[in-house]
Design a protein around this ligand. Structure first.
Ligand code: AVJ
Length: 329
């Protein structure tokens, strides 16, 4: 394993390169204070994924209520050969939000890429998972980049010039973006992969409200714990003094905007200190912690075209809960 500020594919022993571009405490504090200064208080969902948050997210993915993970996995598993045929061998796969690096494993045997680059905000999990992947697939060059989606990957990755580049963005994390930001993200991905490249992206589809509400209010309570852990993290890392018993998890489907909204609701009027700043909460006031937009196949296809991708193909499950799109030029 190699650590460095720059990942270059050099003929050195070992097949894993690690690059750390994680935001520092100072910039996290700035983002948190900015978000809590808005009229509708908000916090960015990337802050969910500290060590405990990543573990809680993995627990959510294992619940019966949270259908996206197992549904997308089934699509990748069933359609892996077809997907691999679309992409072709010897590609450079760049995954955003790679987490535990489980999904790409479903594709690797048929896909046979030359390079796999994983970007994720959860340092320990990413280092562990990429180390394991590099050991399991000695023929694969693995690059792990610790950072958020704003990280300037273009300059950090030196990918083989001839390999077809494909951005892999599974999990429906695109749903975290506002529609305009989502389109901008697709456009950026298209620029990263170039004219011959493509994008393989998981998108959660619109469906009856009860299914969605349950998926974000699992009876085991992992989603509630995941949401509240955000405050626990701010207490730990920014020496904030949130009283975790005075906030509650709230998640509901906003039908008009086709999105799940997650909030943390203040049970009473209270003040919270973060560093040298004080933030006041009215009883019932919320911090908006996440949106998870749901698309129709046609709606997402339209957005992909608007972002510049001319070709699009979708695989789905029999209940049409989830779509895996391959976008290309
Ligand atoms: C990782 C962003 C795809 O939006 O469903 C799961 C995060 N939040 N349960 C989603 C999440 C609450 C998840 N994504």
């Amino acid at each position: 394993m190699k650590f460095g500020a720059r990942a270059a594919l050099q003929p050195e022993p070992g097949n894993l390169w690690v690059v750390d571009l994680a935001p520092d405490t100072e910039s996290i504090l700035q983002e948190v204070c900015d978000g809590l200064s808005q009229a509708q208080k908000q916090l960015p969902p990337k802050l969910f994924y500290d060590r405990r948050g990543a573990a809680l997210f993995a627990a959510i993915c294992g619940t019966q209520a949270y259908y996206p993970t197992r549904t997308e996995n089934a699509i990748l598993d069933w359609r892996g050969v077809e997907i691999a045929r679309e992409i072709g061998p010897g590609s450079a796969i760049i995954e955003f939000g790679a987490g535990k690096i489980e999904k790409v494993r479903l594709l690797l045997p048929s896909l046979r890429p030359a390079v796999y680059a994983a970007l994720d905000i959860s340092r320990d999990q990413l280092v562990r998972a990429s180390d394991r992947l590099a050991l399991d697939y000695p023929w694969l060059a693995v690059i792990a980049v610790i950072g958020d989606y704003g990280s300037r990957l273009e300059s950090e990755l030196s990918l083989p010039a001839r390999a077809r580049r494909v951005v892999f963005f599974p999990g429906s994390t695109i749903g975290n973006f506002e529609p305009e930001q989502a389109e901008a993200f697709l456009r950026r991905a298209r620029a990263l992969v170039g004219g011959t490249g493509g994008m393989l992206i998981g998108v959660d589809l619109q469906k009856p409200v009860q299914i969605l509400d349950l998926a974000y209010n699992d009876p085991e309570g992992y989603t509630a714990a995941f949401n509240l852990n955000l405050l626990a993290r701010l207490n730990r890392e920014l020496s904030a003094d949130f009283d975790l018993r005075a906030f509650e998890h709230q998640a509901f489907y906003n039908v008009a905007r086709s999105r799940i909204e997650m909030h943390l609701r203040s049970a009473r009027a209270q003040r919270v200190r973060i560093g040298s700043r004080i933030f006041s909460f009215a009883a019932g006031e919320t911090i908006h912690t996440e949106n998870s937009y749901k698309y129709t196949p046609a709606g997402f296809g339209h957005m992909a075209r608007a972002a510049g991708f001319q070709g699009s193909r979708m695989w789905t499950d029999p209940q049409r809960l989830f779509g895996v799109f391959f976008l290309y030029n």
